[in-house]
Unconditional design. Structure first.
Length: 252
């Protein structure tokens, strides 16, 4: 049935589907995984790093992008679509500053991005953006914000969330392990642990960025990520050894 109704973006199928939007969501599900965790005074973004060609400059492949001094995002899906959407959001933030003489809130940026994505589901001659975003930042009063948008134009606030490939597995891990009032170290550790649930090769394929209240986005160096992964692996091995020892004691 979809073949009859997926030709045009503005045509609903009889059962209420917009197939082009659903295809865009499928492009998101095939994108590399991204995760965001909101702490009390910190927000952590982690993404699965795509393997670059041997002669390619890996610095040009970015999945975490700044929008304004206090807002940034991670995305899953088509990189070219993300570049266009991010440029629109940056221009809107500059226009807001010129008009209002204040920085836009994280909620305002999320609503603008979601509104832009929704416009591309309602007009002929265009196609939906094939990306979902995790938008993070701090408002002027220091309140942390984390929002998700998707190709349909919906947006929602979260304490922790993931998008992209295997996002369901990562989200289930976050639901089990997230708690209120996480310290800075616990927030970073939780984000890295959740990514390690689905990312192979450990620290080599992980990129982590941290935003603290009143500070700009800070990208963790590869050596810092390697140290974090090594600590997590050591803790996991120690927990498994303790579990084995306790089970052996119970049997004896």
């Amino acid at each position: 049935m979809s073949a009859r109704y997926d030709r045009a973006i503005t045509v609903f199928s009889p059962d209420g589907h917009l197939f082009q939007v659903e295809y865009a969501l499928e492009a998101v599900r095939k994108g590399t995984c991204a995760v965001a965790v909101r702490g009390k005074d910190i927000i952590v973004l982690g993404v699965e790093r795509k393997a670059a060609a041997k002669l390619q400059d890996a610095r040009m492949v970015k999945k975490i992008l700044p929008i304004d001094r206090h807002v940034c995002l991670a995305f899953a899906g088509l990189t070219a679509d993300a570049r266009v959407l991010v440029n629109k959001a940056r221009i809107e933030c500059q226009s807001y500053r010129l008009t209002v003489e204040d920085s836009p809130s994280v909620d305002y940026v999320a609503r603008f991005i979601a509104r832009t994505q929704q416009k591309y589901t309602q007009r002929g001659g265009v196609r939906p953006f094939g990306i979902s975003t995790l938008i993070v930042g701090f408002d002027a009063d220091g309140t942390p914000g984390l929002y998700q948008t998707d190709p349909s134009g919906t947006y929602s606030a979260w304490r922790a969330n993931s998008i992209g490939r295997n996002s369901k597995t990562v989200r289930e891990f976050l639901e089990k392990n997230h708690k209120e009032g996480l310290s800075d170290e616990e927030t970073i550790s939780l984000a890295v642990k959740s990514l390690l649930e689905v990312v192979e090769s450990g620290s080599k394929n992980i990129e982590v960025a941290v935003m603290r209240r009143g500070q700009a986005l800070h990208q963790l160096a590869d050596t810092e990520v390697e140290t974090l992964v090594a600590q997590i692996e050591a803790e996991k091995q120690a927990a498994e050894a303790a579990k084995k020892a306790s089970s052996a004691t119970a049997q004896s």
